[in-house]
Design a protein around this ligand. Structure first.
Ligand code: ATP
Ligand code: MG
Length: 359
């Protein structure tokens, strides 16, 4: 494939995308796309979304184009990145069948992200088999395209670990080097590995309702920033405050630049100076939130405006997705045929099978 390094990532179409997606993965995808050194696939993971929404497929249908809009709004470009839908790729049904024989139940049960997600969804005894095994399906998503790089937030590290184990087991057992061991590409800023929610919860997540969405209106953004969780011990302005674990400062860390300070809050040179003042006491939460609101508005306005532009041409979005899906089918089918050859289940096309058992 043009000898380029291959990237694969995706998102569940369970809602519009939010700041966590942006800093955790989308930002890196745009950067990598624009280097021109990679072949990038971006997948809308509708099959994975079904693993915990089987009874609510409408939710998934409603969000396919929403996610596409967010992709284009942040600067992913169909000329440079291939977008596709997971459910339309035959390889992604077939590979999990082979891989699931290489993974033990106890290995799946040890996956900390799965454990956490099961708890969050209160599945208890009603845990769908498909949900439990989605790490195997995710290994198929990555390996079907022979992706080496996977830009993701830190919650995905256990999934990549699992994928690497599958790759190494497959290549060892079937004596080949068809599959490529993938590695995560984490955000540059540590705070972005797992961006906290506006409520201070450890992760901004659609399922937790603590998100600032990329498509939020000016009014929504302001309302969300102004009611953000801060330091509960910082009651009076004069009290010393804590900046660690304080969402307002975590977001400032993730999004502010020195230019922002020059523009919106010239009394501080940079965030470090502002933090010092907050920790010493004498700096109110309101003032910090106002700064954050200004920065968020500046950051999200162009994204929202581009989104509104694309929203006028939904048939273009569908066309992009359809074309990308066709390309993805072709690329992944090649991997499937190599895999069938390696396992030796290629009876109708393999001369050595015919020589041995037919002639
Ligand atoms: P859901 O609640 O439906 O699982 P989600 O908000 O967790 O939705 P996903 O579609 O599961 O989003 O995640 C897609 C990608 O975005 C993954 O790479 C994930 O690591 C990244 N991501 C999601 N939320 C965050 C976050 N708060 N911080 C950093 N990265 C995130
Ligand atoms: Mg998730």
């Amino acid at each position: 494939m043009e000898n380029k390094k291959i990237i694969l990532t995706g998102d569940r179409p369970t809602g519009a995308l939010h700041l966590g997606h942006y800093v955790g993965s989308l930002k890196k995808r745009v950067q990598l796309q624009n280097t021109g050194e990679y072949k990038q696939f971006v997948m809308i993971a509708d099959l994975q979304a079904l693993t915990d929404n089987a009874e609510n497929p409408e939710k998934i249908r409603n969000n396919i184009l929403e996610v596409m809009l967010d992709y284009l709004a942040v600067g992913l470009e169909p000329e440079k990145t291939t977008f596709f839908v997971q459910s339309h790729i035959p390889a992604l049904y077939e590979l999990p069948m082979y891989y699931s024989n290489l993974v033990t139940m106890s290995r799946l049960e040890r996956n900390p992200t799965i454990k956490n997600e099961i708890k969050m969804r209160n599945f208890e005894r009603n845990l769908p088999v498909g949900f439990m095994t989605y790490p195997i399906s995710q290994a198929a998503d990555i390996t079907a395209f022979k992706a080496k790089y996977v830009p993701v937030g830190e919650d995905q590290l256990p999934m990549l670990e699992q994928a690497r184990e599958i790759v190494s087991a497959f290549n060892r057992i079937y004596k080949c080097d068809i599959l490529v061991e993938p590695e995560a590409v984490l955000p540059d800023n540590e705070n972005c590995n797992r961006l906290v929610g506006t409520d201070g919860n450890t992760k901004m997540s659609k399922s937790l309702g603590n998100c600032i969405y990329l498509k939020d209106s000016e009014k929504d953004i302001k309302q969300k920033v102004m009611s953000m969780f801060t330091d509960p011990l910082h009651i009076n302005v004069s009290d010393p405050g804590h900046t660690e674990n304080n969402p307002v400062f975590i977001y400032l860390d993730a999004f502010s630049t020195e230019e922002d300070f020059a523009r919106f809050m010239p009394e501080y040179k940079d965030l470090a100076e502002m933090k010092e003042h907050y920790e010493r006491g004498g700096l109110g939460d309101m003032k910090c939130k106002k700064l954050l609101n200004n920065i968020m508005q500046e950051f999200l306005r162009p994204i929202r405006e581009r989104r509104e532009q694309y929203e006028k041409d939904k048939s273009y979005l569908l066309e992009v997705l359809k074309k990308g899906t066709e390309e993805a089918i072709e690329v992944s089918n090649k991997t499937v045929s190599e895999i069938r050859n390696a396992i030796g289940i290629n009876y109708f096309t393999d001369d050595s099978f015919i020589d041995k058992f037919v002639k």
